[in-house]
Design a binder for this molecule. Structure first.
Ligand code: CMC
Length: 391
């Protein structure tokens, strides 16, 4: 008893202390472990950033090599997992497949649940860093009807992911450095974002001492929703719909502002950013560069830019401080790389994996108590039971 205040959506509730990601939404600042997102996107590679987020410091060359080889040693997924994948219809959404298979991995790696020592925790981490890309690639190949395969240990972490996703049977796959650099950058930009919906989910599930993989599977489900990571798929579908509709952006702007219409401008607005999302700025520049380098002309890029300009000059969006977020331009790049739209949120999950791991590890190391919010009860007072015949 005694609880009188509630905070729906935890808009003003801090759930933990954290030394991982600094975010200032008023000024549009994002830093991982003190390093600016701009610097990291420009200079680091994804595996280095993963190490930084999880262990707190940028790795030396030796540390990075060891991390990578430990990951590679764990990148084999039990063949029986393929049978589970077989059971899904081809039309299954890859986010559902990914969350299910991540959970299924627990049965094949039961020791991953035991993370009492630092060594056990490290094992669980390299285990999932190795296996997760395999599941991502399989989720795609299931959809496209391609045979399942394993990676190529001679490649870097991100190049290997691309090869696992796109290699065709009986033909060579050569990684295109433009595609690889663009994916690396996108994964870095998605790698962590402090206590967002999926990360809070990972922490709260993990706080019951469910294992890392179970916590991650729950995080994937949280990310799936269109208000969160699912927005990247929703943005592309929205831009396509506008294109089909003759490019009438004004009509969709009006719908977004109409309070009787559930339509929202997808890829716009953010719980914390009341200014430009710094990730969106980087991605917008990258979209131009990547499409040009790949020689792709995509009319929806112009539609997106047009919508952005209209929104930035519209009092509805200005008053509410709604700016483009990370999901607004990312799908245009993914599509130019040949990634199907249903896979966009899976790509987000791939990028967010090290952030989820880092936050889960911090939660366990800080010995946080089980997450268990309170409520204010608004239901009936005590009533006497009524027999069915009296109801
Ligand atoms: N289009 C139209 N109106 C909007 C939008 C939008 N995209 N976003 C917010 N608003 C309005 C909202 O209707 C409300 O208006 P009013 O004050 O008149 O009631 C006001 O702005 C505040 O919005 P809110 O829903 O109370 O804000 P929130 O912090 O609960 O929600 C959000 C944040 C991201 C869920 C929301 O902005 C949204 O639904 N955006 C579209 C989906 C999207 O792009 N999500 C991706 C988020 S970024 C990265 C990620 O998590 O994947």
């Amino acid at each position: 008893g005694g609880l009188t205040t509630i905070d729906p959506g935890y808009k003003n509730t801090g759930s933990c202390t954290s030394a991982i990601t600094f975010l200032n939404g008023e000024e549009g600042i994002l830093r991982y472990r003190g390093y600016s997102i701009e610097d990291l996107a420009d200079k680091a590679d994804f595996l280095e950033v993963a190490y930084l987020l999880i262990f707190g410091e940028l790795p030396t060359t030796t540390q990075l090599e060891k991390f990578h080889s430990d990951i590679k040693a764990q990148s084999h997924v039990d063949e029986d997992v393929k049978k589970i994948l077989d059971g899904f219809p081809k039309t299954a959404h890859p986010m559902g497949v990914l969350s299910s298979l991540t959970s299924a991995l627990i049965a094949f790696n039961p020791s991953s649940v035991n993370v009492d020592s630092e060594e056990d925790m490290y094992k669980a981490i390299v285990n999932i860093m190795g296996k997760f890309p395999v599941l991502v690639a399989w989720a795609l190949r299931k959809r496209t009807g391609q045979p399942l395969d394993y990676g190529d240990d001679s490649l870097g972490y991100v190049d290997n992911i691309l090869k696992m996703m796109f290699k065709k049977p009986n033909s060579e796959y050569k990684v295109d450095p433009i595609v690889s650099n663009a994916l690396d950058k996108l994964l870095i930009l998605h790698a962590d974002h402090e206590q967002n919906c999926s990360t809070s989910t990972v922490r709260i599930v993990g706080s019951s001492h469910a294992g890392l993989f179970a916590s991650l599977s729950a995080g994937i489900s949280a990310l799936w929703g269109p208000l969160h990571g699912g927005a990247n798929q929703a943005v592309l579908e929205m831009l396509e719909a506008i294109k089909e509709d003759g490019g009438d952006t004004k009509k969709y702007m009006a719908k977004a502002k109409d309070k009787n219409d559930p339509f929202r401008l997808m890829g716009f607005g953010h719980r914390v950013y009341k200014n430009f999302d710094p990730r969106a700025k980087i991605i917008k520049v990258a979209a131009d560069e990547v499409l040009e380098a790949l020689g792709v002309e995509d009319p929806i890029l112009d539609i997106a830019k047009g919508l952005e300009q209209e929104a930035l000059n519209d009092p509805y969006f200005v008053d509410r401080k709604l700016y483009p977020n990370v999901d607004f331009y990312s799908g245009i790049i993914y599509r130019a790389m040949g990634i199907p739209v249903e896979m966009f949120t899976v790509m987000f999950a791939l990028g967010r994996l090290p952030g989820w791991i880092a936050q889960w590890k911090e939660m366990r190391e800080n010995k946080e108590p089980i997450g268990r919010p309170r409520q204010v009860y608004t239901g009936e007072n005590l009533r006497s039971f009524k027999e069915a015949s009296d109801r």
